[in-house]
Design a protein around this ligand. Structure first.
Ligand SMILES: Nc1ncnc2c1ncn2[C@@H]1O[C@H](COP(=O)(O)OP(=O)(O)O)[C@@H](O)[C@H]1O
Ligand SMILES: N[C@@H](CCOP(=O)(O)O)C(=O)O
Length: 321
């Protein structure tokens, strides 16, 4: 390949919209993922040199405005995978709605935004395939369960290993409503992953294998099975000490018959409800929040009733000069 000017045009920009996601979905650690109808939009423009940022919304005060910005790193990773040794400058305009460090896949959505937009800016002959896009995004994230639904929408079942990830998208039953309770504290995914033991008991593995299989049936055909199908013994119990208020809310909701779980690596709590029950889930969260114990007297919850979008990342504006 020659220089970046052969495949990119200074002044061109493109905007993408990417849904949030919930990883694991209870028993499907690092495998199952569900798209959530809550979106970031990111526009990337090609500059002759340098970096420009216009950042709005969640995290915009704390993310770096340097080459370390996740969108910049991901765009560069996509262009490197496409064979560009030298690279242009970048302008990033982001409207972030997905909260950071809460288990709603903000880093995966950001990776998908950067890779999809950077790829769409390339001349057609240089573009990565969909499979390559997935590999680049999953390599940045380290696990595939969030990037797969952010790319494809719906429920995704992912497997494989670094560089060879696979993912099967599955259509979710229309009557599954995700209700999230987002607390006002963060837990980084890196910290939550460090809490997991190297080995687990055979019984825990057996519980999760059975429930993960059941969960696919519950999410696609029989939502009435969501409560038993979302049980988990592989990650939530080990991470609970990092998020006691969230663990308490999961138990509170499950004791009342709602299919609640820790979203991704937490600390957001996700309940998957039939539409007729969504109001009861919201009322139960309000009731829980109204009676805090000492441990959670400073914790507040933002409650959102979302959808499971069938579409993942999409280009919302085409290259413009
Ligand atoms: N839109 C974004 N722009 C820049 N950086 C982001 C964005 N979204 C996420 N990040 C980075 O990812 C981190 C959160 O990732 P992580 O700990 O995996 O939590 P989450 O569960 O939200 O994905 C943020 O602290 C930030 O460094
Ligand atoms: N499988 C991952 C999911 C992390 O999701 P996030 O939204 O918290 O980044 C894990 O459980 O570590």
């Amino acid at each position: 390949m020659g220089t970046w000017r052969d495949v990119l045009t200074p002044g061109e920009s493109i905007e993408v919209e990417v849904p949030a996601s919930t990883g694991n979905v209870g028993p499907g650690y690092d495998s199952l993922g569900l798209a959530l109808g809550h979106y970031d939009t990111v526009e990337i423009g090609v500059l002759e040199s340098g970096l420009e940022f216009e950042l709005h919304g969640e995290g915009c005060e704390s993310v770096p405005r340097t080459e370390d910005h996740l969108v910049v790193r991901c765009a560069r990773a996509a262009w490197a995978a496409a064979g560009l040794a030298d690279q242009p400058g970048l302008r990033v305009v982001a409207h972030n709605r997905i909260p950071h460090g809460r288990g709603m896949g903000s880093s995966a959505s950001c990776a998908v935004a950067g890779v999809v937009a950077a790829n769409a800016l390339l001349a057609e002959s240089a573009r990565l395939t969909d499979r390559q896009v997935f590999q680049v995004c999953a390599a940045i994230e380290g696990h595939p369960d969030n990037v797969a639904p952010s790319l494809h929408g719906g429920l995704t079942i992912s497997w494989g290993e670094p560089g060879e990830w696979e993912s099967a998208p599955v259509t979710v039953h229309d009557d599954v409503v995700p209700v999230v309770a987002i607390p006002n504290y963060e837990v980084s995914t890196a910290l939550a992953r460090s809490l997991l033991p190297a080995q687990v008991e055979h019984r825990a593995a057996a519980v999760n294998a059975g429930r993960a299989a059941l969960l696919v049936e519950a999410l696609t055909h029989r939502p009435e099975l969501l409560l038993p199908a979302t049980a988990d013994a592989l990650h939530q119990p080990f991470r609970a000490p990092a998020m006691p208020p969230s663990a308490a809310l999961v138990s509170y909701l499950r004791d009342r018959g709602h299919a609640a779980l820790i979203s991704g690596a937490g600390p957001t709590v996700l309940a998957l409800a039939p539409s007729a029950d969504a109001g009861r889930v919201e009322a139960a969260i309000t009731d829980f929040a109204a009676h805090p114990d000492e441990e959670r007297e400073h914790v507040t919850w933002r409650v959102l009733r979302l959808t499971v979008p069938r579409q993942g990342a999409r280009v919302v504006s085409h290259p413009k000069q």
